[in-house]
Design a protein around this ligand. Structure first.
Ligand code: SF4
Length: 155
């Protein structure tokens, strides 16, 4: 599976998810906490095809990899610099308390569709935290951002 193979089918799924999220109408206060994982107390998981598209299509990250504390595509103002290529978990997640009840249902529904898509195409699932995908990519030389000296070390 390559990013070129995954891009089109994922774009359709992402578009439908974005529409479903827009219908639910969560508010974003631009706090940026959702991408500072440790501070917000959550971990962003994504599948291998999502990671392939993120790595291929996002601009080079501005910050170095860490051990899952933050996302390297979040800029100094707290904004996502990888919006078009961001994975399902980023699209469905908002810290708006009025939306909290909707996120699990949307997440479950679209994850099930993603799983079916991946299985149907015989792609690897590889569901893992973002920093694991990025560390693997750094070890392969596929991560275009600044990397710490221990980037090839397994976590
Ligand atoms: S890809 Fe974008 S939305 Fe997703 S965690 Fe990183 S900065 Fe946040």
């Amino acid at each position: 599976m390559t990013a070129d193979e995954a891009r089109g089918p994922l774009a359709i799924l992402y578009q439908e998810l974005d529409a479903a999220v827009a219908e639910a109408g969560p508010r974003c206060a631009l706090s940026g906490r959702c991408c500072r994982f440790e501070e917000y107390g959550h971990t962003l998981f994504l599948s291998a095809p999502e990671a392939a598209v993120l790595l291929a299509d996002a601009p080079p990250p501005s910050r170095p990899l860490d051990d899952g504390l933050t996302c390297p595509w979040q800029d100094a103002a707290g904004r996502c610099t990888a919006r078009e290529a961001r994975p399902l978990g980023c699209r469905v997640y908002f810290c708006d308390p009025d939306y909290e009840g909707r996120a699990p249902e949307l997440s479950e529904r679209f994850l099930a569709r993603l799983k079916a898509l991946v299985a149907g195409r015989g792609w690897p699932w590889g569901y893992a935290p973002l920093h694991r995908h990025l560390r693997d990519a750094a070890a392969r030389g596929d991560f275009r951002g600044p990397t710490p000296p221990d980037a090839g070390r397994p976590r």
